[in-house]
Design a binder for this molecule. Structure first.
Ligand SMILES: Nc1ncnc2c1ncn2[C@@H]1O[C@H](COP(=O)(O)OP(=O)(O)OP(=O)(O)O)[C@@H](O)[C@H]1O
Length: 345
């Protein structure tokens, strides 16, 4: 696993040590988060990426003090999530998967009440609400009932709610789930802009590879409650090498080419019928040389394709499973009893 280093800012925004959360339901124990050791610096934009049930939301719920850890510790903005619960809550914004806004209220009023709940004066709350409405493109809908908003508008209002008190750390739990591609792109742009303008730390969870890739400076890949990778998307992918696919007219030529390619250093060669694939560092640059060698050996391919690795390739390489496939499977836990131990926010 590669580790991220932070050169700027003195104290980290988030530190966890052995952070663990178990759930017991029907005498079965689910180890949702297992011994997470993590450090996130101030001003970072970090995505937790992993399949359903990987433990992303549970991690976020511990960091936002909604549920206590089973063991281990976590501090956010310098405060322990258990002993400094109140201080943590004042320092953070949290946009959950569900949302807190009452449906019958007007968006603007929701924002103002939220500001009041965080101790802003009425005038401050009004001013802050007006600013957020403008920043989040909610002008046209702020004076409508929340229940009448579209999914994308609703999501933007949720984010505004999380930002009312100018949090130092903003947590977004699957912010773009349920949005269409256009709204998802808008939301990503918005998060990027908010992060750039405010300099606050942003931590989000997602199971969209593209989202983690496009949005986050740092991607923490989680699976079965454990962190399995932690780096920039670019570095995670470049560690894997490009995929070069060579097509032949018959399997025997493919086999001969594969035998030849087996001698390329630091490459992984697979033969599938009349196609050979090769994972190799800097594939797009090496492909010319490869073709020249194969031609010299009398096995020039008839088709060539070079693909840059995706984060799904990274996940596949780390776990042997495709993140896309894991999305298709229904959650195995849908019938388990939800343990009601959340602390009311
Ligand atoms: N309150 C609870 N009671 C029992 N089990 C729970 C509870 N909350 C979470 N779990 C279990 O813990 C595991 C991790 O769940 P979690 O919601 O953290 O995953 P996730 O990575 O956020 O997934 P998703 O992408 O579906 O939101 C799952 O097996 C889930 O069923």
């Amino acid at each position: 696993m590669t580790h991220h280093t932070h050169s700027d800012h003195s104290s980290p925004a988030i530190v966890t040590r052995g952070l663990t959360r178990h759930f017991t339901s029907r005498k079965q124990t689910v180890e949702a988060v297992q011994g997470l050791d993590l450090e996130i610096g101030q001003g970072e934009l970090v995505a937790f990426l992993g399949p359903n049930g990987a433990g992303k939301s549970t991690t976020l719920r511990m960091l936002t003090t909604l549920i206590p850890p089973t063991s281990g510790t976590a501090s956010v903005a310098g405060h322990d999530v258990v002993t400094g619960q109140k201080d943590v809550r004042r320092a953070i914004g949290f946009v959950g998967q569900g949302n807190g806004a009452g449906h019958r209220q007007l968006g603007r009023d929701e924002l103002i009440s939220q500001g009041r709940a965080y101790g802003l004066s009425h005038a401050e709350s009004r001013e802050r609400a007006a600013q957020l409405i403008e920043d989040l493109d909610l002008t046209a809908v702020a004076d409508r009932k929340v229940s009448s908003l579209s999914g994308g508008q609703r999501r933007r209002l949720d984010i505004a709610m999380g930002l009312v008190h100018v949090p130092r750390v903003l947590f977004l739990d699957e912010p773009s789930t349920g949005l269409d591609p256009q709204n998802r792109a808008n939301l990503q742009e918005l998060v990027r802009r908010l992060h750039a303008d405010s300099g606050s730390t942003v931590v989000l969870t997602t199971h969209y590879l593209e989202e983690a890739d496009a949005l986050a400076d740092r991607v923490i890949v989680v699976d079965h409650g454990r962190m399995i990778a932690d780096d920039s998307a670019a570095r995670l992918k470049s560690g894997l090498g490009d995929l070069v696919r060579l097509g032949y007219d018959d399997p025997s030529s493919a086999a001969r080419a594969a035998a030849r390619l087996g001698r390329v250093p630091e490459s992984r060669v697979d033969v599938d019928g009349d196609a050979v694939s090769l994972r190799v560092k800097d594939g797009s640059r090496m492909v010319g040389e490869l073709l020249a060698d194969l031609t010299a050996d009398g096995v020039p391919p008839t088709r060539v394709e070079v693909a840059r690795p995706t984060l799904d390739d990274v996940f596949l390489d780390l776990t042997g499973r495709s993140l896309r496939e894991t999305q298709q499977a229904p959650s195995p836990d849908t019938d388990s009893t939800e343990i009601n131990n959340e602390v009311a926010a």
